[in-house]
Design a protein around this ligand. Structure first.
Ligand code: COA
Length: 347
């Protein structure tokens, strides 16, 4: 019998209906489809419709994940939401999500930018390993379009809105989170941040006039950091798991930029077909990026029971987070089906 670990037993996703294409962005800022595709690999992204908010998107993904795991909301022991684009500054999204789902458990939010969901996965895994909780819902949701300056061509082309969720349950059959690495380099915080609207520069007419309530980014510095961390973190977590990057069945990198993934693949000498990529459809969905890719990899049959995957995220902080996760029996034989998902009424 192996150590008690967290197995993925349910999964779900939600993306807004509204597609924002590169051609549409070219009508808003001085850019074009060819530039965006060649520099990032992104062809389109989703942005919120009027009926979408952070809570509703999180609940849609969570409801599907619960249906796949065949769990009722009242059976959840803990909800962890990774998010940096909350509906309200206070309280954080997890409490709204808990109420809207009809769950009665504790809930908290992790704000670690694009690394948030892997931080949340690793945190949730600790509660399961210790035996404190059995059924944990881990959601990544981002309505990041609200923080984008659609006059800044260096940022608005990159990001999109989405949500994805998994259910974690204990197993002793060898599956689960095998190794992880979490990291922070706050000395580089100003390379990707929202300078206004917090306590240092509270919302004011000046902040709004200077557009400081939107994301600001030093793209080249973030690019260098991302390439370094994606390669180094994948090497570290696979070594800790007693395997190699080349032996992973599927690598799920943060979906920020195809060139970042290609550069890391070359550095690691691992073929690109080991990497799951869906950023051409969604852009960078921040904390939803890794779980959205994970859910699509499962739904497309790229992952099956027994497979080892390495997930690595990087982003605002600057931060990074990676985990090697072994897929359990539920990946090929889930207890339930997404068709049974019953959406709660969000109010
Ligand atoms: N369309 C057309 N031109 C653009 C553009 C756009 N959307 N955005 C920037 N440019 C221009 C720049 O103004 C610059 O013009 P100049 O040479 O006349 O000054 C030129 O393209 C090159 O800019 P540069 O910043 O060197 O481009 P790049 O190859 O580094 O690509 C990013 C820019 C943003 C795509 C790239 O740096 C990147 O992806 N960085 C990482 C960002 C990221 O992943 N952030 C999230 C992490 S979680």
């Amino acid at each position: 019998m192996s150590k008690r670990r967290a197995e993925i037993t349910g999964w779900g996703k939600y993306v807004p209906e509204r597609v924002l294409t590169n051609a549409e962005l070219a009508q808003m800022v001085d850019t074009n489809d060819e530039w965006i595709v060649s520099r990032t690999g992104i062809k389109e992204r989703r942005v919120r419709s009027e009926s979408d908010n952070t809570t509703s998107m999180a609940c849609a993904a969570a409801t599907e994940a619960l249906a796949v795991a065949d769990l009722k909301a009242t059976e959840i022991d803990l909800i962890v939401v990774a998010n940096s684009s909350p509906d309200y500054l206070l309280p954080a999204p997890a409490n709204f999500v808990q109420h809207a789902l009809g769950a009665t458990c504790p809930a908290f939010t992790i704000a670690a930018g694009c690394s948030g969901w892997v931080y949340a996965l690793v945190t949730a895994n600790q509660f399961i390993e210790t035996g404190a909780y059995n059924n944990v819902l881990v959601i990544g949701v981002e309505l990041i379009s609200y923080a984008l300056d659609y006059t800044d061509r260096s940022t608005c082309i990159l990001f999109g809105d989405a949500a994805a969720a998994v259910v974690l349950q204990p197993t002793t059959n060898g599956a689960g989170v095998i190794s992880f690495e979490l990291g922070s380099d706050g000395g580089q915080a100003h390379h990707l941040w929202v300078p206004g609207g917090g306590t240092v520069k509270p919302v004011s007419q000046d902040v709004v006039d200077n557009r400081e309530h939107y994301i600001r980014m030093n793209g080249q510095e973030v690019f260098k950091f991302a390439v370094r961390k994606l390669s180094a973190c994948l090497s570290n977590i696979t070594q800790a798991a007693g395997t190699t990057v080349g032996d992973l069945d599927v690598i799920i990198p943060h979906q920020a930029n195809l060139r970042i993934i290609e550069t890391a693949a070359r550095t690691l000498d691992v073929p690109m077909d080991h990497f799951f990529v869906n950023l051409h459809k969604y852009g960078n969905t921040s904390a939803a990026s890794i779980p959205l890719a994970l859910v699509e990899a499962i739904q497309e049959g790229r992952l099956k029971s027994g497979d080892m995957t390495g997930m690595v995220a990087f982003g605002s902080g600057l931060s990074w987070a990676g985990a090697v996760v072994k897929m359990g029996e539920a990946i090929s034989n889930p207890k339930g089906t997404p068709a049974n998902a019953a959406m709660p009424v969000v109010n």
